[in-house]
Design a protein. Structure first.
Length: 154
């Protein structure tokens, strides 16, 4: 009997770990991809204000996993942008007060957008659309981006 109880405790721990491991993993992958894309764009074009590209993974995580995961993504993306894209590079110190203000405004806008986007998840019309799309037959299987995204969902 103790062995069965031990197995149940282990199974409960695994299920609990799966609940937070997937959002963390997907968030890390999306942030790494976004940072690589922004790094490539910044190296080629030397554009300013590229931090706002980080709204995309933040919104995707807010839609898929909720506001807490998205807030973590917003904080980590602000820190990543300060480290990689603002002078002095590879330091968390930001020289220009204007760029520091840009980081603050990005953080505030990202947190506001998270609340708005995660509020859509509670909307009844969104739930109706979810039910309709779940009832539709799958045509492309693994070939469609939406089916890949659904397979990552908990």
């Amino acid at each position: 009997m103790p062995m069965r109880a031990n197995f149940e405790v282990t199974a409960a721990r695994v299920l609990r770990a799966r609940g937070w491991a997937r959002p963390v993993t997907v968030s890390a992958v999306l942030l790494a991809l976004t940072t690589a894309i922004v790094w490539f764009i910044d190296a080629r074009l030397q554009q300013d204000h590229l931090i706002f590209i980080y709204f995309l993974p933040t919104a995707l995580i807010a839609i898929r996993y909720g506001s807490i995961s998205a807030m973590c993504v917003a904080i980590v993306s602000t820190v990543a942008a300060a480290y990689f894209f603002y002078l002095p590079q590879f330091s968390f110190r930001v020289e220009s007060p204007l760029e520091a203000l840009e980081l603050v405004f990005f953080s505030l806008l990202a947190l506001l957008a998270i609340q708005v986007v995660s509020g859509f998840d509670n909307d009844s019309s969104v739930e109706k659309r979810h039910r309709r799309t779940r009832a539709m037959p799958r045509r492309a299987g693994w070939l469609s981006l939406s089916s890949l995204w659904k397979r990552l969902a908990p």
